[in-house]
Design a protein around this ligand. Sequence first.
Ligand code: SF4
Length: 377
Amino acid sequence: MTWLDALADKALDGSLPTREEALAVLRSSDDELMDVVAAAFRVRRRFFGRRVKLNYLVNIKSGLCPEDCFYCSQRVGSAADVLKYSWLKTDEVIATAEAGVAGGARRVCLVASGRGPTDRDIDRVASTIASFKARNPDVEVCACLGLLSDGQAERLAAAGTFAYNHNLNTSGGHYADICTTHEYADRVSTVDAAKSAGLSPCSGLIAGMGETEEDLVDVAFALRALSPDSVPVNFLIPFDGTPLAGQWELTPQRCLRILAMVRFVCPSAEVRLAGGREIHLRTLQPLALHIVNSIFLGDYLTSEGQPGAADLAMIADAGFTVEGAGNPSAVPATLAPSATLAPAAAPPVSELAPETPRPDLVHVRRRGAGTTLPANT
Ligand code: SF4
């Protein structure tokens, strides 16, 4: 039995790996990469079979945030040319969210920029969620509105909200290097508040922000301690105009190792491949489906993902099935890239290596919520 077989057995028993074992996954060689993926797949298959859950993001308030999260294109002082708009109207939110549902999403994630909602904001979002749920009773709604004050999680739950997302993002030790306007402990408290209100806790991380391997293990263990039902794993999209612009420190292989480490630490959690998958995993995205059991369909909050139809084709080609989707009605016959994508020139082939920065793959979102163009589903 190899050390990876033993690690998978441990995860299947629901036991935590040691820190050394988690670090060993991150430090494993490219020669061991397929063994790492295969071991993580044993765990993924036990809890989720070959199903992939689709989630759909709707940015219901974009940009102009007073917080300074260094990774975020919506932060105070951001020069990133992202869409900026205040709260979308209920019918706009519903139309965009339903486009995601038509594409196969079983969960819609309503996300607003800002430190946290006022009570009036909660009224507005709760009303929107209640209207959406009346039309789509079987679709889970996750809210992501920032730090919550007393009683707000309960009011969201009462409106029919299923889950609340608030990411830890990185380790407690690294937190001050990625944000100075709020603290790691604030984030932990909000996840706890959501859980106490009966909302399904969703909390994850962003890799590629200058953290060490120890930081990645720390945040994975901290997430496990919070018992989140879902764990989104993002890979930094280094937007121009943000403090982390130009920071390209991930390779497709490293992304797979990070996902596998999270799977071993949180074996039965919904591990969700989130922002940055297209630009960092690139052609290795289908391999990640053997580790994660959930992805976002289509676009992200401020950046464009690959066409939703390409997501569905990738899942089918890799031999997985979309969870609970029945017959997604929005699978187009073609996989033509979005007309709004105007790719920058790729690096010359002679320069392409796993560690080559790929700013040509970063596209600011110009369609869907807050625009007159159809959503990418
Ligand atoms: S991550 Fe959220 S709180 Fe931080 S700057 Fe972006 S929108 Fe604001």
